[in-house]
Structure formats: structure tokens, C-alpha cells
Write a protein that binds this ligand. Structure first.
Ligand code: SF4
Length: 259
């Protein structure tokens, strides 16, 4: 049972369709594992991809997958009820990620990055088991540009995320079809359609990532002066001029002036 499309639905669907076309995210015969965490982004992704699937000339299949890390109090039944209600093919996967994080994480290292790595590994295994060649994740436009700034300001690298990335194992492709969708639209969409958003119940759930919040605030402030700031930043990621950067791997500076 699909959602009733309204204006916002069509707008998000258009942006997802444009991303699919621009980056060739979905092809005939794809079987796509959609990671569904119980958050607003992944619910939105799943419903929009499902709507497109019903209309698109390209035939593809979706399998929703939730990875339960074993955090006490995680209300996975809420997710399963939603997937059942809307008739999705799905898999609920219980894991001991929580136990592994608690025993193996190095003191002082990031809880989230270890957790995300483990969960990603589970998704890869599930994709193999369920015959999926692609894995769709719910990162949106704001994630892309915030990551760009975070890497630039705190890591010293010019890097964001890729909308389409071959996994290291060579068997799967990770796709991010919400690359052109702003977080604000996803928030409105998930409220309008009463998505059953739940907390991941992990020990750091709800903790504010100060650096990311600072990037959000900076982008908000700049957007008040120029409402096209987000689009411009995203556009910059697709309009790279290596000759005007300092990367010695990309430009052979020895040759310049000696030709
Ligand atoms: S917020 Fe919690 S569930 Fe999400 S990646 Fe971080 S530790 Fe894992």
C-alpha cells in the first residue's frame, strides 16, 4: 500500500528521479537493499523508491532491511509493523553489534564510526544473502555539504560523500538517492505522512555532535543571506577544477612551465 502523493511528495520524488538519472543509480534488474533504521531519512527513501518503482519503465526490486544492534530498548516492532502495513518485502536482522562495540572499541575512539562500520558490514552480508546487488542509504543533501565542510575544516581534506560507490568487496554498489533532497523537506514529509520514527536506543542517541551542529548553524546563517547556498555548495561538488587545487596526485606541477 503506497502513500498518497501530495505536492511535497512529488517534489522529493522529482529530486530523487533526477539523482537516479544523473548518477545512473538504478538500472534494469537491480535488486536493492534499503537500510531502514527507523529514522525519518530511511523511511522517506524507502517510500519514494517504492513509488518510483511502481511507475518507472526500468524494473527493479526493493528489500527493506533493519539491523538491530542489540541496544536495550530498541523498538524494532514499530518498524516491522510499518513495513508489514505497507506490504514491503523486508528483513529484520538481530545482531550482537552492541556487545562487540562495548568489548572491542578502543577507549576514546568514536562510538558512532565503529557502530556504523559494523552495521554496514551486516548490510553487505544481508545483500549477499538476499541476492541484492545494490544498497541504498538515506544520506541527504545536508549530509553531503555538512560532511564537505567538516572534512575541510577539521580533517584537512576536500571530500564529501559519493552518490554511487562500489563497495570494497567488489560485489555491491552503495547508492544515495536522496543526494538532492534537503533535510527540511524530509522532516516535513515524515511528519505529514506520520512515519513511525523511533530512537536507535544506543548509548549516544540524542547526543549532539558539536562540530556537525556548528556546520549546520553556519549553513543556516549563510542561507539567510543567500537562499541558494546549499545548492551552490552541492553544485561545487560536481564542478571540480583540479588545476586550481594543490593536490600533487592530480596535477603534475613539474611539467607545468617545462612543456
Ligand atoms: S547514533 Fe547510535 S546507532 Fe547511530 S551510528 Fe551512532 S552509535 Fe550507532
Amino acid at each position: 500500500m503506497g502513500l498518497e502523493p501530495d505536492r511535497l511528495f512529488h517534489q522529493i520524488r522529482r529530486n530523487v528521479g533526477r539523482a537516479i538519472g544523473d548518477f545512473k543509480l538504478i538500472e534494469e534488474g537491480d535488486r536493492i537493499l534499503v537500510g531502514v533504521s527507523g529514522g525519518k531519512d530511511s523511511y522517506t527513501l524507502l517510500h519514494i523508491l517504492d513509488h518510483l518503482r511502481r511507475k518507472a519503465p526500468v524494473k527493479y526490486e526493493l528489500v527493506a532491511a533493519n539491523v538491530d544492534s542489540g541496544f536495550p530498548g530498541f523498538r524494532k516492532q514499530v518498524i516491522e509493523d510499518h513495513l508489514l502495513e505497507h506490504g514491503f518485502e523486508y528483513r529484520m536482522e538481530s545482531t550482537n553489534c552492541y556487545e562487540i562495540i562495548e568489548t572491542k572499541r578502543r577507549p576514546g575512539s568514536s562510538y558512532c564510526s565503529f557502530c556504523a562500520r559494523l552495521r554496514r558490514g551486516v548490510l553487505y552480508s544481508l545483500a549477499d544473502e538476499l541476492g541484492c546487488n545494490k544498497i541504498a542509504l538515506g544520506h541527504h543533501l545536508d549530509d553531503f555539504i555538512e560532511t564537505l565542510l567538516l572534512n575541510q575544516f577539521y580533517v584537512g581534506t576536500l571530500k564529501a560523500m559519493s552518490p554511487k560507490l562500489a563497495a570494497d568487496n567488489g560485489r555491491h554498489t552503495v547508492i544515495r538517492p536522496l543526494v538532492y533532497v534537503e533535510e527540511g523537506d524530509i522532516i516535513r514529509f515524515s511528519r505529514q505522512h506520520q512515519m513511525p520514527v523511533i530512537c536507535c536506543a544506543c548509548p549516544v542517541c540524542g547526543e549532539v555532535d558539536q562540530k556537525r551542529q556548528r556546520m549546520k548553524q553556519l549553513i543556516r546563517e549563510l542561507s539567510q543571506e543567500n537562499r541558494h547556498i546549499k545548492r551552490s555548495m552541492l553544485g561545487a561538488l560536481g564542478n571540480v577544477h583540479p588545476r586550481h587545487l594543490l593536490d600533487k596526485e592530480l596535477v603534475d606541477f613539474n611539467r607545468i612551465g617545462n612543456e
